[in-house]
Ligand binder design. Structure first.
Ligand code: SF4
Length: 61
């Protein structure tokens, strides 16, 4: 989930635009895992754990 202002997964998560869809985990073959936050939301575990290509595909989705 993105807008023109976000160019990275870290920015998407930091701006509270991640809806926890799980595409991060699926696209990285489980290398980046979805984890439950203290607030009860699923978010990607490592926002710097993507290859440039993976991140570009996720940000474009
Ligand atoms: S693709 Fe990743 S960052 Fe974007 S909404 Fe889904 S889980 Fe959140």
């Amino acid at each position: 989930m993105t807008s023109d202002a976000e160019s990275s997964i870290a920015e998407i998560v930091a701006n509270d635009l991640c809806v926890g869809c799980g595409l991060c985990e699926a696209l990285t073959g489980g290398r980046v895992k979805m984890v439950m936050t203290p607030a009860g939301s699923l978010r990607p575990s490592a926002t710097d754990g993507f290859t440039r290509r993976e991140e570009a595909r996720l940000v474009a989705a």
